[in-house]
Design a binder for this molecule. Structure first.
Ligand code: AMP
Length: 420
């Protein structure tokens, strides 16, 4: 072990686990690519004000958990705590909303940073795959995104997840509800911090997981009862489209989520095998965000799914993703000349698109065969001086143990045929 360890709340993704992580990212993004979403990458750090204005001062993500970076100049930067604000910033900066037709559909994959108290499923650096559809107000887009996330989870073999759905109203009806909720909260016995939060954004109190708070919330005014006709109609259409697509969901009138920018449709994917950190993904509509960060009115909707927690959900359900072995063929040279010949053979195989590796470091037969077994390869190429003198190598099937001589110059063709 070295003197250094990965910083608190972070972890390394080692090769034994990385194939699953890559497969999860692939499975989440495949439905998006099929639906016309284009891949976007943005910097891992941004102007801190993008997040304080966009994500919201009252959110834990911004008020407590942001990693801010000190620099020599006065500009203040922060590691991104989430993807939406950055992606929208980039879309505006790149004029994507003017160049193409709307919605601009984007997906991203990357690390996010939150200074949280680490525990299982909650890290200071974690990974999300996310999607945003920018510039259109249409319940079909909201439904599309929820369906694509559902498809992604199902394609991974996950079953024990639920979709919680709510509408947060819009700038007409939400303020009326906010005022009613604030009045209700003012009559409760809450600690100072919660009282402050209730003043900044009373909806966030609904999100409080503590039993002592939840117990007092029975009888709180419900957002559904305050939705204006347009919001009700919009929400009904989202629900109908999901039902028609065979996607089940639960109405959750208390679902507000931890970010301030959401309007109308909000949803969360929860997994029942994950304990406290049960949210595997979530998102919603954010019609006001573009204007909040200085852009034109661009009603939008998006989600982010947590890669780390999706991996934990797979473990909880006992789903093992089929991950191909790293290499198909492994060279075992016996002697100096064989080393040179097999090095050439392995290079030729790779150039032909086969995955091949070689025992390095002058290993003896036993150690080299062990390395071949460990590599997961289906075939070992064993060559000693006598074989080479005849222009042959031994092809050993590592599953059956069968060994057959193959002419060196027929090696590529033979292996291509066998590995088809
Ligand atoms: P949010 O941006 O908070 O809506 O989170 C979206 C998803 O990202 C969550 O459902 C989690 O799967 C994942 N996530 C959020 N915070 C963390 C964290 N600290 N550690 C691991 N995953 C997280």
């Amino acid at each position: 072990m070295s003197t250094f360890q990965a910083p608190k709340g972070t972890y390394d993704i080692l090769p034994a686990d990385s194939a699953t992580v890559l497969a999860v990212r692939e499975a989440i993004s495949a439905p998006l690519r099929r639906a016309g979403y284009g891949y976007i990458e943005t910097p891992v750090f941004e102007d801190v004000a993008l997040f304080s204005r966009g994500v919201g001062e009252s959110t834990d993500i911004v008020s407590k958990e942001m990693f801010t970076l000190t620099k020599r100049s006065s500009e203040e930067l922060a590691l991104r705590p989430e993807g939406t604000a950055s992606v929208l910033r980039a879309a505006l900066q790149g004029n994507l909303h003017r160049i193409g037709s709307l919605p601009v559909k984007l997906w991203y994959s990357g690390s996010q940073y939150r200074y949280e108290r680490p525990q299982k499923g909650r890290y200071r650096q974690f990974w999300q795959v996310g999607a945003e559809a920018v510039g259109v107000e249409d319940p079909a887009v909201d439904a599309e995104l929820i369906i694509l996330a559902d498809d992604a989870y199902r394609s991974l073999g996950l079953r024990n997840f639920r979709i919680l759905l709510n509408s947060l109203g819009d700038k007409q009806c939400r303020p009326v509800y906010r005022a009613a909720l604030r009045d209700f909260l003012a009559g409760l016995d809450l600690d100072d911090e919660t009282v402050r939060r209730a003043e900044l954004n009373p909806l966030r109190v609904l999100d409080d997981k503590r039993e002592s708070v939840q117990a007092q919330l029975t009888g709180a005014p419900r957002l559904v009862d305050y939705l204006c006709e347009e919001c009700k109609e919009y929400h009904e259409q989202v629900r109908e489209l999901l039902t028609a697509a065979g996607v089940g969901f639960e109405d959750d009138t208390k679902l507000v989520r931890g970010l301030d920018y959401y309007t109308r449709t909000t949803f969360e994917f929860v997994h029942d095998g994950l304990g406290a950190q049960s949210a595997v993904g979530g998102g919603g509509r954010y019609d006001g965000l573009s204007e909040m960060i200085g852009g034109p009115a661009l009603p939008s909707v998006g989600w982010a799914l947590g890669v780390d927690r999706t991996v934990l959900a797979l473990e909880a359900e006992g789903v093992v993703l089929p991950t191909p072995p790293a290499v198909d063929v492994f060279g075992v040279p016996l002697g100096e000349q064989a080393r040179r010949v097999l090095f050439g053979a392995v290079t030729a195989l790779r150039r032909e698109g086969l995955a091949a590796d070689l025992a390095y470091g002058h290993k003896g037969l036993k150690a080299a065969m062990k390395a071949a077994d460990r590599s997961g390869a289906r075939f070992a190429l064993v060559a000693g001086d006598r074989d080479l003198a005849e222009g042959l190598v031994q092809l050993k099937d590592l599953t059956t143990g069968d060994q057959t001589p193959v002419a060196l110059d027929a090696l590529v063709a033979t292996l291509k045929e066998k590995l088809k």
